[in-house]
Design a protein around this ligand. Structure first.
Ligand code: GLC
Length: 642
């Protein structure tokens, strides 16, 4: 049962509809599921007392929630699956790169609103170690704002203003690990046994060695292996990401309860959506790759159900950059097992779009998308093309083979294409975490640079500049129309190129993801009235597409995506169907040459029966010649029936 249905049930039973009474009802309604999830992780024989502690925690946590947020919770529950709405358009940004600090971000609300953005993912802003901190993903605190961003008061002002102006805020909950400076880690280093058990620590290499037999490496170049020896405590600690990020030990129920408290305190700052960072890694077991384990799902569901009781207006985003069949599971596997996340990153679509750009073909995209299991009705995607991370090439080898390609050779081609190892490629990306042992590597770079704008501008080649502009618009038009919330990466709306200054900074040099974490170019923003600039063309087109999306309910996600084959290997066609038969047909050409598709089948879908359909991208009617629909290089169409 989804949150809204559950709420209706709860509310219908309630005589007293005060927030307090509804909280108690929610607790009663969810209790047996919470208990079941808790004991599935922490066996009843040993953990009865811990469960009692959890029960005692609920009223304390609810008491921390402000009156305003409690009322908002109820409104959200009444609104049902509000996050599927076409009006939500997101942007991800680094506060320091966007406009210095939290106050600076607040000043730029008019810029965001003008573009049509009403949902912001603010990258980590809490305290972190000096020097390397994985961009703040090594946390020293879950609530304390790092002074380089401002104060907690600034954040509270910002969230109050966001609420007033109808802007949603997403913050990360770095749930898998803390920094090695987090108070628990400091206590562990001092030899405190209680806190050593908050992490996976070992007195010798025997368990680490057993783990290492099958555990993959996340950052093989800079942080090989998954364990770090800590001299101060003379123990090994599990560090799956960087050696200064200690993995939390969720087999210890105290860790769960303390992290739940951290989560609630964080959402009480006015957070609407929580990005569950690296959640696939939450449970570890020797002999497994320790990703996507059933216990990790139960743990996410337990967090979800507890938040459902205390702060039910807050929803979760799964940051699970794993195979499509595994991503889907983070939406939850049915009422008996508990809800997990309402949203998940559509990492598969993202990676497949980059494959289609490099190969100029859509076959792999179709093969993979067609076999993604259906997602639950109440869930939705975050669709994106770039973010602060790298692009991984996690395609299904079987599908690559079906395309007639050899998987390792194909991956090598993609790395060559994007990472400047092919003269003819327009892309200027960098190779990230190349692992010579496996031949695996990932790609970094800004969207505009990966799509050829950096090279085209440097050479002044007008035709290449135009092609690059079209590619940037194509990919954004697809994420805006695919079904789900589009998330634009700050700077992409003005085609920001790679930024190489990280190479001068010792704390960033080792991690070339910084090449795609640029400063917002406000001087360029000032010039956007100059319609000749490539960046202005992109900005104004995106602004238009966002406005079109927001004014057409067909863009809302109601699980109404249907793929069609256009009979042209360079073209992607999908439809957002509507029961009134008045859907939206999206057609994208991934080739640098014009392409045609046969109109006969488009006719069958009913898009030309009442005259020429309107293309919402260009605002023009489609003209058809001799039964063929012509597409310009990298053109994208949003067709509405006439
Ligand atoms: C997520 C973040 C990434 C970070 C990692 C470890 O994958 O997106 O930037 O390095 O988690 O916290």
């Amino acid at each position: 049962m989804n949150q809204a249905a559950l709420h209706k049930l709860v509310a219908s039973r309630a005589k007293d509809k005060s927030p307090q009474a509804l909280f108690e009802l929610r607790l009663n309604t969810n209790l047996s599921l919470i208990q079941q999830l808790f004991f599935s992780l922490y066996p009843v024989e040993k953990h009865n007392k811990d469960f009692d502690d959890l029960l005692k925690l609920f009223p304390k946590l609810f008491a921390l929630r402000s009156k305003e947020l409690r009322l908002q919770d109820i409104k959200r529950l009444d609104a049902g699956t509000w996050y599927q709405n076409e009006e939500i358009v997101g942007m991800q940004l680094y506060v320091e790169n966007f406009n210095t600090d939290i106050k600076g971000l607040q000043q730029k609300i008019p810029y965001l609103k003008n573009l049509g953005i009403n949902f912001i993912h603010v990258m980590p802003i809490t305290t972190r170690p000096k020097g390397e901190s994985d961009g703040g993903y090594a946390v020293n605190s879950y609530q304390k704002v790092d002074k380089k961003y401002g104060t907690q008061e600034d954040l509270l002002h910002l969230t109050a203003e966001f609420r007033k102006q109808g802007i949603l805020l997403m913050l990360d909950f770095v749930v898998n690990h803390t920094s090695d400076e987090y108070p628990w880690a400091k206590n562990a280093k001092k030899g405190n046994k209680k806190y050593q058990d908050y992490y996976y620590t070992f007195e010798n290499r025997s368990t680490p060695d057993a783990f290492e037999k099958v555990l993959p490496e996340v950052f093989p170049e800079t942080a090989p292996g998954n364990f770090t020896y800590i001299q101060e405590m003379d123990r090994w600690v599990m560090t799956v990401f960087n050696n200064y990020q200690w993995d939390l030990n969720y087999t210890n129920p105290k860790v769960f309860m303390e992290m739940l408290t951290n989560l609630v305190k964080m959402v009480n700052l006015g957070v609407d959506l929580v990005r569950f960072d690296a959640l696939a890694f939450l449970w570890k077991k020797v002999g497994t790759i320790s990703q996507n384990l059933p216990e990790a799902h139960n743990l996410v569901a337990l967090f979800r159900m507890c938040l459902q009781v205390v702060a039910p207006g807050t929803i979760f985003l799964a940051e699970a950059i794993v195979a499509p069949k595994d991503i889907i599971k983070y939406f939850g596997e049915g009422p008996k097992l508990g809800n997990e996340c309402e949203l998940a990153y559509n990492a598969s679509l993202m990676a497949l779009l980059w494959n289609s750009i490099a190969t100029k073909k859509t076959g792999l995209l179709y093969k993979s998308l067609e076999r993604v299991p259906a997602k639950p009705k109440e869930s939705t995607w975050i669709n994106y093309i770039r973010c602060h991370d790298d692009i991984g090439l996690g395609y299904d080898d079987g599908f690559i083979r079906e395309m007639g390609w050899n998987p390792p050779e194909h991956r090598k081609f993609l790395l060559d294409y994007y990472c400047q190892r092919l003269d003819w490629s327009p892309a200027t990306g960098l190779l990230f975490m190349y692992n010579p042992k496996t031949g695996d590597g990932r790609i970094t770079g800004s969207a505009a640079s990966l799509l050829g704008l950096e090279k085209a501008l440097a050479s002044g080649d007008g035709e290449q500049i135009q092609l690059s502009i079209s590619k940037i618009i194509l990919l954004h038009a697809l994420i805006l129309s695919f079904g789900g919330i589009p998330m634009i990466y700050a700077g992409d709306e003005i085609a920001t190129l790679n930024e190489y200054s990280f190479e001068e900074d010792p704390a960033k040099r080792g991690d070339n993801r910084w090449v795609n974490r640029p400063q917002q170019n406000w001087a360029l923003v000032e010039k956007l009235n100059d319609k000749q600039l490539p960046q202005s063309q992109i900005y104004h087109t995106l602004k238009h597409l966002i406005a079109v999306r927001k004014s057409n309910p067909i863009f809302a996600d109601s699980n109404n995506l249907k793929l069609h084959h256009g009979g042209n290997e360079h073209v992607l066609v999908f439809e957002r169907t509507h029961h009134s038969n008045n859907g939206l047909l999206v057609i994208g050409n991934f080739d640098e040459r014009p392409q045609v598709i046969d109109l006969a089948w488009v006719m069958k879908l009913g898009y030309f029966t009442k005259g020429e359909p309107m293309d919402l991208v260009s605002g023009e009617k489609i003209v058809v010649k001799s039964g063929l629909l012509e597409l310009k290089p990298y053109q994208v169409l949003w067709l509405k029936k006439a």
